[in-house]
Design a protein around this ligand. Sequence first.
Ligand code: F6R
Length: 248
Amino acid sequence: MIKIEKNSKMVGFSAATIIARQLIKKPNSVIAIPTGTTPIPMYEAIVKLVEHRIIFTQKARFFNLDEYVGLTRENPMSYAYYMKKHLLSKIEKVQHDIPSTDTRNPEEEANNYEKRIEKVGGFDLCLLGIGVDGHIGFNEPGTPFSSITHVAHLHPSTIKRNSKEFGKTVPDIAITVGIKTIMKSRSIVLMATGTEKSKILKDAFWGEVTPDVPASVLQLHPNLTVLVDEKCATEITSSANDFHWMNL
Ligand code: F6R
């Protein structure tokens, strides 16, 4: 199902509500989480829910979807640092895992990360953002749907986009949870906000299911929620007559 919220803050709140429901039902849920701009309001909402003691996260097990290779955890551009800033430093101690940033053997770390996810029974819930090229995690266009956690080479458009933040030394490889691992999640929530994502939203969910648009595979998931804001929904609502947009 797709839910159109007023703005990005409401998308974040809605996603946090889904996490809250999951944790109330199963306190030791295994939850995959993204970084980036889109989920910041979600983390803000989670922190509030924890502060107000509406949800308890001590038993939850969070796994990040991806991490750049070659950065230390202390590097402000690393996703480990992002998680500390937006969530982990603001709530009680939680069980959290993320691929190691400064590993000398990224392939081995990717395999180990997949094993660590398997060991806890896979994801109960997987939260995702989406790249303008349709990537989920760092599964860039062309990544086989059968991929498990692996070392990914970033798409030129992603490197270009990141260069705004990184300056000259933009990482070009990352470890990412694979598409198959994501698809094995019991439930999936994808968030997309802003006009920048409106075209890819339409391509991913009303277009062909193809590795050229990695997020399109989610059309095949039996328990998918897509949360978008009004700005992102412009392309789908303007052609609502052509698309069965409440019926993913
Ligand atoms: C990051 C991740 C990526 C982002 C995507 C969108 O952990 O998994 O797939 O979700 O690049 O990023 P933002 O939200 O910054 O537009």
